[in-house]
Design a protein around this ligand. Structure first.
Ligand code: ZN
Ligand code: ZN
Length: 273
């Protein structure tokens, strides 16, 4: 359960971002630099979400030794910028029953809220592999590590997502169909298959049952025109009455609001249709 009322904030203003990266993981700026960028855009709330420590080797994730320093830096910036609500969170990876947002260790970090994500899919042999980001790397790993079985990777991605939702510990589900970005490079029609749609529908139903907030992630919109979840899913999300939050997932200060205005435009067109 989050310590802050996210729904109240997002129902009152669009001047927020609850998914922000910094040098504590793979971001390119400091907490202070990202805060300055948010203040310059008149944001009233800013939540920081470094990729959580995980019990496997990963260059993109924060080290467990950095958690105390991260907490202290959040406190410092919070005091230095009293005009904006600064929140301490993490984008907690789900790896399987052994690690995810419901892990006891996550509770000891005393986060204001928890963003849950699947970036890793275990191979047929059980080794967690990052399926996000660089498409060339995805294709290489698909051939070399996943026996060239795209259906397996996609099935497993959504199975992991469902397990994460069921095990709990998260408040917001990040980019719930992220696999679509790389999977659609290998098979451009993948999102039109009934089995694929059934996966996303199941996830949306589970999110609804658990009362989670659905993130609309605008990070890739400027570059690829894609939002997560894909815009085709938004009517179902709205019809189900789910709470949505629009986040830029910014890794750079100048991208702090990238894609968000467009997402709000599409959302309000759908709601008022
Ligand atoms: Zn992510
Ligand atoms: Zn992120």
């Amino acid at each position: 359960m989050s310590k802050i009322n996210i729904r109240e904030i997002t129902s009152q203003t669009r001047f927020y971002n609850f998914h922000t990266h910094t040098q504590y993981c793979d971001g390119r700026a400091t907490i202070e630099e990202m805060t300055r960028a948010a203040v310059a855009e008149d944001f009233k709330y800013l939540g920081f979400t470094p990729h959580s420590p995980i019990p496997v080797e990963s260059p993109c994730n924060m080290s467990i030794d950095a958690v105390m320093d991260y907490t202290a830096e959040i406190e410092r910036v919070r005091k230095a910028f009293p005009g904006i609500g600064i929140y301490k969170s993490m984008e907690v990876d789900y790896l399987g029953p052994e690690w995810g947002p419901s892990n006891e260790l996550v509770k000891t970090w005393d986060l204001d809220y928890v963003l849950g994500s699947v970036h890793f899919v275990p191979t047929q042999e059980g080794k967690p592999v990052d399926i996000d980001g660089n498409p060339e790397r995805f294709v290489r790993n698909l051939r070399a590590l996943f026996h060239d079985d795209l259906r397996y990777v996609v099935d497993k991605f959504y199975d992991q997502t469902l397990s994460m939702i069921e095990e709990g510990g998260l408040d917001i589900i990040a980019h719930l169909d992220k696999i679509a970005a790389n999977a659609s490079i290998v098979d451009p029609d993948i999102e039109s298959y009934p089995w694929y749609k059934a996966h996303v529908e199941k996830v949306i139903d589970a999110v609804s049952q658990q009362g989670l907030i659905v993130e609309i992630n605008t990070k890739a919109y400027a570059k690829t025109g894609r939002m997560f979840p894909a815009v085709t899913w938004w009517p179902k999300i709205i019809d189900k009455g789910l709470d949505v939050i629009v986040n830029s997932d910014a890794h750079y200060p100048d991208l702090i609001k990238s894609g968000r205005d467009r997402a709000f435009e599409i959302l309000s067109d759908m709601i008022n249709r």
